[in-house]
Design a binder for this molecule. Structure first.
Ligand code: IPD
Ligand code: CA
Ligand code: CA
Length: 265
């Protein structure tokens, strides 16, 4: 395993330990609402602190981009390497005891994501990838599915839930996809949805309105598992636009065709 990935895995496990401890008593959590349907708990913050502390101990010069604490340059003002962190992806699920949430950590070197970890503490499933070295679930190599017919495909998605401005655009896309596929799932943790595409459990995925920390690790997992990730034009701007499609190569292009006509002008 690449040494930087080893440190990322250690950081993800530290964050997950915080989450697991808190999961034993979710009733006593202090929950704050950032805005409509956008919650943060002390667990998000404590898990993030544990992740950052672990990464910075090994790599003090690396910059950080984390959901709860924002941007931070590395020691000496460096930003050649940036760790992109979602300490708890799927907070709403976590608050409800719905066991679908994860720690997501990615390393960006200049413009490229080079290392990725998505760790599901409820199932002890560790998804990892290093650029050029394939994607893994625990110790097993994973690949995207081979399914090519949309009629057989299981597609993941995320519904708009905070900002309703995008609901009409999303619903038009949803209406186009529902009759074309075997099923749609909205599990509630985008990083894990992308990891499931990498593992072939989902054939494709799309969501609008994501943040870099929701996608960075999952996108590299898909690419290293032989899949494709892009925005709604099939281009590589999804980290900026937050609009992402991922899938095995055949499903990716068909999903792109289904969604394209419904992109808001
Ligand atoms: C959210 C989850 C959810 C997705 C949202 C994300 P959070 O992350 O990934 O599935 O639909 O867009 O913001 O807030 O639980 O870290
Ligand atoms: Ca998230
Ligand atoms: Ca989060």
């Amino acid at each position: 395993m690449h040494p930087m990935l080893t440190v990322a895995v250690k950081a993800a496990r530290r964050g997950a330990a915080v989450i697991n401890r808190a999961a034993l008593d979710i009733e006593s959590l202090t929950i704050t609402r950032k805005r409509h349907a956008d919650y943060v708990t002390e667990v998000d913050r404590a898990a993030e602190a544990a992740v950052i502390e672990t990464l910075q101990r090994s790599y003090p010069d690396h910059a950080i981009l984390a959901e709860e604490s924002g941007k931070q340059l590395g020691k000496g003002g460096h930003e050649e390497y940036t760790w992109i962190i979602d300490p708890l992806d799927g907070t709403t699920n976590f608050i409800h005891g719905f066991p679908q949430y994860a720690v997501s950590i990615a390393l960006r070197h200049r413009e490229l994501i080079t290392q990725a970890v998505v760790y599901d503490p409820t199932s002890n499933e560790l998804f990892t990838a290093s650029r050029g070295s394939g994607a893994y679930l625990n110790d097993r190599r994973i690949r995207v599915s081979k399914r090519s017919r949309m009629a057989d495909a299981l597609i993941g998605t995320g519904f708009p839930f905070r900002d309703m401005a995008g609901l009409e655009e999303y619903m038009a896309m949803f209406r186009a996809v529902v009759p074309a596929v075997a099923g749609i799932r909205r599990a509630g943790a985008a990083a894990l949805d992308l990891a499931y595409v990498a593992a072939g459990r989902l054939d494709g995925f799309w969501e609008l309105g994501l943040q870099p920390w929701d996608m960075a690790a999952g996108a590299l997992l898909i690419q290293e598992a032989g899949g494709i990730v892009g925005d709604l034009q099939g281009e590589q701007t999804y980290m900026d636009s937050g609009r992402v499609i991922g899938g095995n190569p055949k499903v990716f292009s068909q999903l792109l065709q289904l969604l394209g006509p419904h992109v808001a002008k």
